[in-house]
Design a protein. Structure first.
Length: 166
């Protein structure tokens, strides 16, 4: 057996093992928390989770995305003092939207992936603080400060001016 064939068999074995482990982990670690929960424990394995929080005192929690994705909108939540969010990804992604008035202190690291925090109130020492930590392996973690959704602009024919051909 040649070295290329041995390497291919090894890589396929590793991939099959990772997917098998992910499927088992999906059964063992269920997600906990809903829109009104003050603390979340979200697990997206070979799946996706989309959550819009309305928590009255959001304390944080944990998120794990393994061959999956998590999208959490915290713009409707009230932040509790000392809130901490742990985000871990392996071949997956986590996106968190916060109000622009929150400050996010991140110590999250990445390896062959990325961690991005922007649009938050980094310069405001009186802003509520969400502490982010965790690890991204071959995936990504993004925390973006966004204002609440504005009403969509009208795009109907009645709202657009008519033009006559020249």
């Amino acid at each position: 057996m040649g070295p290329a064939r041995s390497l291919l068999i090894f890589k396929l074995g590793v991939l099959a093992g990772m997917i098998g482990s992910a499927a088992l982990l999906k059964q063992v670690l269920p997600s906990r928390g809903d829109e009104d929960s003050d603390e979340l424990s979200l697990v997206a394995v070979l799946d996706g989770i989309d959550l819009k929080s309305r928590a009255k005192a959001f304390r944080g929690g944990s998120m794990l995305a393994w061959f999956g994705g998590i999208s959490v909108d915290l713009r409707g939540a009230q932040l509790a003092p000392g809130a901490r969010l742990t985000a871990n990804t392996l071949f997956g992604g986590i996106a968190v939207e916060t109000p622009p008035g929150w400050r996010v202190d991140s110590t999250a690291k990445s390896l062959a992936g990325g961690v991005e925090v922007h649009g938050t109130a980094e310069d405001d020492p009186n802003a509520p603080v969400l502490t982010l930590d965790g690890m991204s392996l071959f995936g990504g973690i993004a925390v973006v400060g966004k204002p609440d959704d504005e009403p969509a602009a009208a795009t109907t024919a009645e709202s657009t001016p008519e033009t006559t051909p020249a």
